[in-house]
Design a protein around this ligand. Structure first.
Ligand code: ZN
Ligand code: ZN
Length: 400
């Protein structure tokens, strides 16, 4: 295949599709041959603009929208943040699932007010799933004047659980918080962990209800990934559902917990040979890494158990020559509709159809107006950790 420009840069000429007929990554089109999956025949289907722009589309009352905040892996790229997803429901609820490096940049670019983004669900504490935690937290004071709520599993020891992680992140932000109190409202400088007991999961009870509010149920279930204490989630609302599995080797238990969902969101990984070659990495190391993840053919095996309306793969290193390779592996085991996520891939779920598009977002975004009922917060006293007076006295006075 000839390249229009240097690989990975914006194309001005050259092929518009892969040899197997998929859009090229970054072309503005979703990496799928099934951008529309019709679930109810014989009814009038909602029509969507070709490109999604947040703020220009009203979500219907019976609709879910999923937006990929990060489709990549730990070695973040300008076009691929690490893992993260935004879920928006027609009732106004919003949830963030994982917050890997670079994901909050994509999140803010959608121009949603941070006060609406205070519910974070973590699948596990790998840094490519939590690396932007402080970036999300740092909406405090100027935008989110309420605590950040974080759900996640307990760990093998107390120190390896979600609550301890949140406590440490809070402590790490001490200087930051102290520097801002008395300047901006401080009510957002609080992290509330909702840790659930991973140890209570077992063969007889492989799922646990961890959130049940406003008609939304979110269940956690165990995944198989590296060590003790990793989970996926299944969200149920208004007769619609999706599951998000974080990372992991393909497991029958996670597949059972996702059975029949409208959208099944699972990682999909490069094969070890390609991973090693593309990353200039020793093959054995690549095999060790890939062994903790799910390749395209194994993704297809899970799809056959789950039988979703649409499968969504993320955590994949996109390139012009890796899209076909993933689908060729997938098609060995499944022909269920699938999309390979890019950053800002958007999926609308309604009872009638599942529609996948790419979003365009504002590279120079500002904070949008606060929702009418968002807390304004109060500005208290400054920190006792004052700058020494002799240094304050050195500030150059303004001209009259
Ligand atoms: Zn990961
Ligand atoms: Zn991981």
């Amino acid at each position: 295949m000839t390249k229009g420009m240097i690989q990975g840069h914006r194309r001005i000429s050259g092929p518009s599709e892969t040899p197997d007929g998929f859009p090229l990554p970054l072309s503005g089109r979703p990496l799928t041959k099934t951008p529309v999956v019709v679930r109810k025949a014989g009814v009038e289907l909602k029509q969507y603009p070709e490109t999604f722009i947040h703020g220009q589309e009203v979500l219907a009352e019976d609709e879910i929208r999923l937006t990929c905040l990060g489709s990549g892996n730990p070695f973040v790229r300008r076009a691929q943040a690490a893992t993260g997803w935004l879920c928006e429901l027609g009732n106004g609820d919003k949830f963030v699932f994982d917050v890997g490096g670079g994901t909050v940049q994509n999140l803010w670019s959608l121009e949603i007010h941070p006060a609406l983004l205070d519910k974070l669900f973590l699948t596990h504490l790998h840094l490519d799933h939590v690396g932007d935690f402080h970036v999300l937290y740092d909406a405090l004071g100027w935008a989110r004047n309420s605590p950040l709520h974080v759900w996640g599993p307990s760990g093998y020891t107390q120190e390896m659980g979600t609550a301890h992680f949140c406590e440490m992140m809070d402590k790490a932000a001490l200087w930051h918080d102290q520097s801002k109190i008395g300047i901006v409202p401080g009510e957002g400088m609080e992290i509330i962990a909702h840790e659930f007991d991973y140890g209570k999961l077992g063969p007889a009870n492989p799922k646990m209800l961890v959130y049940d509010e406003n008609g939304v149920q979110i269940y956690a279930f165990p995944t198989v990934h590296c060590i003790y204490g990793t989970v996926g989630y299944r969200l149920e609302w208004n007769g619609l559902s999706f599951s998000f599995h974080g990372d992991g080797s393909p497991s029958g238990i996670e597949a059972d917990q996702a059975k029949g969902v409208d959208v099944f969101m699972h990682e999909v990984f490069l094969d070890a040979e390609t991973f090693a070659r593309k990353n200039n990495m020793p093959l054995q190391i690549a095999k060790n890494v890939v062994g903790e993840h799910t390749t395209g053919d194994r993704f297809g095996q899970l799809m056959e158990i789950v039988q979703p309306g649409l499968g969504v793969g993320y955590h994949y290193i996109l390139d012009d020559d890796t899209v076909d390779a993933m689908y060729e592996l997938l098609w060995k085991t499944s022909d269920i509709p699938m999309v390979l996520a890019q950053d800002l891939t958007v999926i609308n779920i309604t009872p009638e159809q599942i529609v996948t598009r790419q979003a365009d977002s504002n590279l120079l975004h500002w904070t949008p107006p606060a929702p009418p009922n968002a807390p304004r917060g109060t500005v208290g006293a400054r920190s006792d950790a004052k700058i020494p007076q002799w240094l304050v006295d050195s500030v150059v006075p303004p001209l009259d």
